[in-house]
Ligand binder design. Structure first.
Ligand code: PEP
Ligand code: MN
Length: 338
């Protein structure tokens, strides 16, 4: 259930309501909107039903949320959430662009990629230091050395760092270097990992699982938020269907659906979503036109030499061209690129 307080309700009204919830053995989460406070109630449905919430002081109405995700839902928070990563904003009117190589390969490769993506207008540098590869014989990433390189690239360019955490035990070390913790598609329902990143103060980029429904994806985000971390960014990266021409089927309808079901920002990764570099620009343009709050794009200084995902990586030139197009579409969508 969600309790919506009146716009002029006082702090003592809010305190009275939350005290009654605790006395009834329930938990709550507060959301302080611009005009009013909303209280998300969590716990046994029977206990919730017994409470005469609508007559508590300062309460405007109570709304029962039928979905299993609550903190993630639009009912809980009507305004778009804007995730602020050290001044780089994603959500609302703000487009967040994350770009860089699939994997950190060397300092030289990373700095070259970082320089071009920053010049083209990205605010975030992506790059995996721990790589979840389908084959155990494929390049697994530079691990902590790669994290050090990412931190150095941040020092040199000012870009915020997005990098993957592949398991709960690596959250501590990745948090020392990263600005945004990426939970990959293969880990979307690793509930222990979700809870662990939910206990950090880092923004979390939650990719949609390979075969996850929208409801499963939003419930995964709920795991993170239920631990107290509200800085969650969702990322549509394609799902597995019968179609094999593309690596995955990029589900752009998910952007419009999730924007109506949830207040969280949603970005799109057309690189993993299609697996084909030529498809990346058209799908990026379509994503922004569909209302996405940003993009995650693989860019490599020399895709032919990439250790990972070269065939879906844009060259610096193609990425710059795309950013010009995104700039034009963002104006129609009333969004800001920086
Ligand atoms: C990635 O972004 O490098 C990645 C492995 O993506 P996904 O988890 O979407 O496959
Ligand atoms: Mn990749």
């Amino acid at each position: 259930m969600i309790i919506v307080m009146r716009p002029k309700s006082s702090q003592s009204d809010v305190d009275t309501v939350t005290k009654k919830l605790v006395e009834a053995g329930l938990q709550y989460h507060l959301s302080q909107g611009e005009s009013r406070t909303i209280i998300g109630v969590i716990g046994d449905k029977k206990l919730i039903a017994k409470l005469p919430v609508d007559v508590f002081p300062g309460v405007e109405k109570s709304v029962s949320v039928t979905e299993s995700y609550k903190l993630v839902s639009r009912e809980f928070r009507q305004e778009d959430t804007i995730v602020n990563v050290g001044g780089a904003l994603i959500g609302g009117q703000h487009l967040g662009i994350m770009a860089g190589p699939c994997a950190v390969e060397s300092m030289e490769q990373l700095l070259e990629a970082a320089t071009v993506v920053r010049e083209a207008g990205a605010q975030f540098l992506r790059g995996g230091a721990y790589k979840p590869r389908t084959s155990p014989y494929a390049f697994q990433g530079l691990e902590e050395k790669g994290l050090e390189m990412l931190a150095e690239a941040r020092n040199k360019t000012g870009l915020k760092i997005v990098t993957e955490v592949v398991d709960a035990t690596s959250v501590e070390i990745v948090s020392k270097y990263a600005d945004v913790l990426q939970v990959g598609a293969r880990n979307m329902q690793n509930f222990n990992l979700l809870k662990t990143v939910g206990r950090t103060d880092k923004a979390v980029l939650l990719k949609r699982g390979l075969s996850a429904t929208i409801s499963e994806w939003l419930n995964a985000a709920e795991y993170i938020m239920s631990e107290g971390n509200y800085n969650v960014i969702l990322c549509e990266r394609g799902i597995r269907t019968f179609e094999t021409y593309t690596r995955n089927t990029l589900d752009l309808s998910a952007v419009a659906i999730v924007k109506s079901l949830s207040h969280l920002p949603v970005i799109v990764d057309p690189s993993h979503g299609t697996g084909i570099w030529k498809m990346v620009s058209p799908m990026s343009r379509a994503a922004i036109a569909a209302g996405a709050d940003g993009l995650m794009i693989e860019v490599h200084p020399n895709p032919a030499e990439a250790l990972c995902d070269g065939s879906q990586s844009l060259t610096p030139q193609n990425f710059s061209k795309l950013m010009g197009e995104i700039g034009a579409i963002s104006q129609i969508m009333d969004k800001k690129l920086r």
